[in-house]
Design a protein around this ligand. Sequence first.
Ligand code: ZN
Length: 448
Amino acid sequence: FLMDDKIAAADSLALGQDMYQLVSELYPICRSITGNGVRTTLERLRRYLPLNMQEVLTGTQVFDWTVPKEWNIRDAYVKNSRGEKIIDFHRSNLHVLNYSVPVSRKLSLEELKPHLFSLPDHEEWTPYRTSYYKENWGFCLSHKQLETLEPGDYEVMIDATLEDGSLTYGECFVRGESSEEVLISCHSCHPSLCNDNLSGIALATFLAKRLLDRPRRYSYRFLFIPGSIGSITWLARNETGVNRVAHGLVVACVGDGGKFTYKKSRRGDAEIDQVVAHILRHRGVPHEIREFTPYGYDERQYCSPGFNLPVGSLTRTPHGEFPQYHTSADNLDFVRPEYLAESFEMYWKVICVLEENRRYLNQNPKCEPQLGRRGIYRSMGGQVNQPLNEFAMLWVLNMSDGAHTLLDIAERSGLPFQTVLDATVPLVDKGLLKSLPAPLPGAFGGTP
Ligand code: ZN
C-alpha cells in the first residue's frame, strides 16, 4: 500500500508540537489580505516546503472583483493628553483596524470614539476588525479600557501605506502518479489569531511535508491564500486546469478542542463527502456533518455554481461558533499541540482513504469461489463468530463488479474502510481480485 494510515503515538505527539511551534512562530506577524506580513509568513513556510510565491498586481480583474491595493504597516498608537501611549500596535497587531489608511492627528474623545472597537460581552478581550473594501481607520481595544478613557485630547498615529502593489499567495504542488489533484486550501490573511488561520496553515504545511516523503497516487496542491479574494484570484488564474481537482478540503480552525465538524461540498455526494463522513463515523469521536451553505471560508468560491468543485471543509468548532473567534483570546493558550495532532491524524486518514479507494473486479464472479481450498478461509463451516475479515472478503468479492469502490463496500457492509482494504490483500494475492485502473477524470460524475 502506498500509505501508512496509522501515525505512531510518539510521532503524533512530536507532530503536534512541531505544528504548535510553527503557530507560535507565525503568531506575532501582522498579516492582512496583502502586504509584507503575508510574504514573511510564506518565506517562513519555505523552510518546510517548496512553496511558490505568486504576486498578482493591484488592479488585476478577477471575475467580479479587483485585486486591491497593498497594505503595509510599521507603527500605530493612540496617546492621551499626558503623552502616554494607551494603545500600541507593537503590543498586539489586533489593536489596529486591519487595512487602516494612514492618519496622524489630534482629536477629542468624542471624535475618536467612532474609530474605536471593543467587545462589551467580553470586556477583557480585544476584537479583530478589518476594513478591506471601504477606506477607514480605527483601533481595537478591550471594553474595560474603553470605559476608562477620559474626555480630553488624543493623538492618533497610523504609519501605514495603502498603495498599488500586489496580492501574494503561496502554492505548493506535490506531484503524484496521476494528474488528478487533491486541493488543500487555507487562508493566510489573519494577524495574531491562532485557531482561525494559523492552525490551518500549520496543518497544511505538515501535511504537505509528510506527503512529499511518500509515494502517492494523486497529485496534491496546497494553497496558502488570503480569504475570499485569494481563492477568487487563484480560480481566475487557473480556470482551465481546475477540472483536475478530484477532491478538496478547506482547512481552518483545527487547533481547538471542540468536536470535528465537516461541511459537505455543494454537490453533497462527492467522494470527499463520503470519505470524511465515513472516517468520522468510524473513529468514534464526537462530530457533526453539515450540509453546504454559501457562507464560510473559501469553499464558497470553490463551490460557486460556475465551478462546483468537490471541496468540503473539515474543522473543529466552526468559525463564529467559539467565543474566542476573531478576538485576542484566539491565542496561543486556546490552541493546543494535542488538538492539532488529532486534527492532523484525521486529515491524514482522509488522504489514506482517498489514495486507496479503488474499484476491483472479482475474477470468479459466478458463485462464491472456494476460499478454504485456497487457504484463506476457515475450512470448517457453521461457526457463528467469524472474524470480521472473512465477512469483509465475502463483501469485497460480492460487490467488486467494477461499479463499486472499496468505500462503497465499506458503507454497504458497515465495516471500516481499513478492514475492507485489508481483505483485498489475500484475494489479490490468490488471483481472485484484480484492481481496475482509476477512471478518467470526470468519468464518474466529475466536473463537467
Ligand atoms: Zn476569520
